[in-house]
Ligand binder design. Sequence first.
Ligand SMILES: Cc1cc2nc3c(=O)[nH]c(=O)nc-3n(C[C@H](O)[C@H](O)[C@H](O)COP(=O)(O)OP(=O)(O)OC[C@H]3O[C@@H](n4cnc5c(N)ncnc54)[C@H](O)[C@@H]3O)c2cc1C
Length: 473
Amino acid sequence: MSDMEDKLTSGLAAIVGEANVSDRFVDRLCYSRDCGPDKAGVPAVVVRPASTDEVVGIVRFAGANRCSIFTRGRATTFLGSGVKDGVILLETTRMNRVEAIDLEAGYVVVQAGAIWHGIDADLKRRGYELAVPGGGGLFSCTIGGTVAVNAIPHGATEYGMTGDHVLALEVVLPSGDVVRTGSWSNPASEPIERNANAADLAGLFIGSYGILGIITRVVYRVRRIPEAEQFRFYAFDDYRDAIDAAGGIQARGAATFVVGLFGGPKPAGEDGDAFLHVVVRDRTCAAEARVREAEAICESHRGRPRPADGTRHYWQEHMYSWLRNTGPSAYYSDRPFFCPEVAGFVSTDGLKTAVALFRAMREEREGDFETYGIRVKGVDAYFARNGAYLWIDTLYDERRDDAWAYGLRLRSEIAERMFTDGRMSPGGLGAGIAPHILPKLGPAGELLKAVKRTLDPDGLLNPGLIVGEEKAR
Ligand SMILES: Cc1cc2nc3c(=O)[nH]c(=O)nc-3n(C[C@H](O)[C@H](O)[C@H](O)COP(=O)(O)OP(=O)(O)OC[C@H]3O[C@@H](n4cnc5c(N)ncnc54)[C@H](O)[C@@H]3O)c2cc1C
């Protein structure tokens, strides 16, 4: 071990205690990957702070030693975080307390490393829930990581995005300063309004993948659990009918959540070209009226009503495999695999073009798919309020280097074609996708780089991620 690595370990141990720092190779290796397909570097040391003060101490220590930090929640992102060799890996999961629940004001104050589902479980005991149910990773992801990537949650059709319900954030900047946003920036005030005190500073950090600051506390809206839940499932013989039906449901506000299946395995026991799962949550009478409206819309677009047990299982157990009427093992089959996901927002009508584009790309590459043993796991869309979030998942055998290389090449190609010809904008810019998309963003991409340079001139936080600039090591 080098003198520098020794110095890092002992310096960090002085801040968080010896038990919360590790430079053992096995630990460092385990903290190098996330759920994405990108091969990442190995950190020099792993550190696990328990408070904002400790995060400040680590950031100042890293700055003084010109060593970059990579922030990690539970590493459930599929988009590739890109840990670099030799960084300090700061893991947030010891910052896991629910600090305040104010049901009258409608919010909860939590430390950033708390697990999404754990917070929700606390609230559910009181008849409340987080204002969005979380994404599919909700059983393992942290709230800080979920806000940092602005995850696309279940319920997006009615409830919107993760970031829409953030009332305030506490963030440690690369300088070591701690900011609180919105009305919380007034030390005498409660965190009741995101848009107080000038610009929406919380918005700066939502979806920024941790390149601008380390989120240490999140104030998040809560809602009373709705009285009733209703589930419907429809099969369509033409995917364009399914998209038109989803558009009709969006226009009428007839459902809480609509998920469309446009590729990948058909749900077990079903026949059709595309499928819609429909979830309605509301007061009992309102839920009844909305579900009738959703049924009428689907049927007017030639949808065939099918048993909705899978829809109910999917919603209540948050298990993707139930989108296809099956438990997880049948869905994923042979492991280990890796999944270079391409995902993004597209208008509801534009989804027709995006689905057609992927189907054409897949047909052109039939031979390659065969050669590399690629399976399409899903071409699925969460319908948002005014568009859709499409995600295209292909599965590759993780043991085959040639398949791995092909999978990454194909991911770039799909991401670029979807952006240009498919009019799709990625939800997040993980390390794997950013180099292909950022240059296409024009002045918006330049602004993001300028903000990064201003807040983090020495490239201390998540170096190389999104804007690709590195200074500290
Ligand atoms: C089974 C499964 C299903 C999923 N379904 C969905 C889905 O439906 N919708 C969806 O959008 N995503 C989904 N995901 C992806 C994943 O859930 C999100 O990316 C997740 O919410 C990220 O949280 P995390 O704690 O794992 O963050 P990490 O993966 O650890 O970090 C993600 C990024 O955020 C940064 N970061 C983490 N914590 C902080 C912090 N405190 N401050 C600043 N930056 C930080 C990291 O540096 C990194 O760049 C799914 C994942 C799995 C495993």
